[in-house]
Design a protein around this ligand. Sequence first.
Ligand code: ATP
Ligand code: NI
Length: 331
Amino acid sequence: MNNRAVNNDAKSSNTDRKTVDNSTTPLLNVHDLSVSFTQYTRGLNQKELKVITNLNVSINHGEILAIVGSSGSGKSLLAHAILGILPANVIISGNMDYKGVSLIPKIQAELRGKEIALIPQSVNFLDPLMKVGKQVRSSVNNGNATKIQRNIFQRYNLEDKVDHMYPFQLSGGMTRRILVSTAIANEAQLIIADEPTPGLDTGIVNETIRTFRELADKGCGIMLITHDIETALKIADRIAVFYAGTTVEIAPVEDFSGNGNNLRHPYSKALWKALPHNDFRPIMGHQPPPNRLPKGCLFAPRCDKATVECHDILPKASSLRGGMVRCIHAS
Ligand SMILES: Nc1ncnc2c1ncn2[C@@H]1O[C@H](COP(=O)(O)OP(=O)(O)OP(=O)(O)O)[C@@H](O)[C@H]1O
Ligand code: NI
C-alpha cells in the first residue's frame, strides 16, 4: 500500500537530507495537515470528503505524546498519513517532518518498519500465511533476531510454542502482544501505537506501558493513540485532544487534574469532566461526521461558550500556557 501524498514542502530526496540538531528539532512535526478522500458520486462526478483539517502535533525525542479523541476523530488516519499507507484516493496538504526532513512517499517507504514503526489498531496487519515468530524476527533490524524475539516473547508471556503459530491460531490478546512485539523488535525511533492495549489484561497493559517509557527514556518518541484518557494519564508527557479531524488542544499531562481548570479548550474540559472519577457528566450532542462539518469552530454546535464568531471562523491554533489551543475564548 502506498499513497500519492503530495507534501508542499519539497525538501525531498535522500541526497539533500540535512544533518539536524536533535536537541532543537522535534522528532516528528506535523503542521497544518489536511486529509481528504476523493469519492465518486453519481456517474463520474467526484467530490472531496475532508477528514482531517489543519491538524498540528509534534513529538520530541524522549517524549510520549498521547492522542485522545472519540471514534472517528482522525486518530488512525493521522498514523497512516505519517507512515504513508493511506489509500490511493487520498489528497494530503500541509507538512509532516521527521527529524527535520519532509515525509514524502519515498522517505516514508525507507523509514516504515525501520525508524518508524506502527502498532496497528487492526489485527489484520499481520501476514496470515507467516508463522508469528518469523514475522517478529523479520522485523529485527540489528542484532541476533532469534535472541531478540525470544526475549520479547518472554517479556510478554508468549510461550515458545507461539513462535510456530499462524495468526489465525492466536487469541485476540496474543495477537495484540505479537503486534507490540513486532514494533519493539525493530528498535524504531518513533513508535506509533494505535490503540495497542484493548482487551489485554492489566499485567500486559502495564508491561506495554513500561516498555514505552523505557524506549522513551532511551530517546525514542512514542505516539500513543487511545480512547482511554486514564491510560494516557499514566504514561504520557503531553496529551493531544482530537475532535472531528483536528487538534483542539495539546496540554502537558499535569493539566489534566483537579477540576480541569488548567485545560484550555471547552471540549477537553468536557472530556475531563465526563470521566467516572470526576463529575461523570456526559457531553450533549455528537461529533459531526466529515460530510457535515460546521463552517466555524468544529465544536461550536456543542459548546456552551460559543458566540457568533465561533460559528463563522475555524479558530487558528495558538500557543497558551505551555500548550496549544484552538478556541478564541481560551485564556
Ligand atoms: N478510506 C476512507 N475513505 C473515506 N473516509 C474515511 C476513510 N478512512 C477513514 N475515513 C473517515 O475518516 C474519519 C476518521 O477515521 P479514523 O479511522 O482516523 O478515526 P479514529 O479516530 O481512528 O476512530 P477510532 O477511535 O474508532 O479508531 C472517520 O469519519 C472515517 O469514517
Ligand atoms: Ni482508529
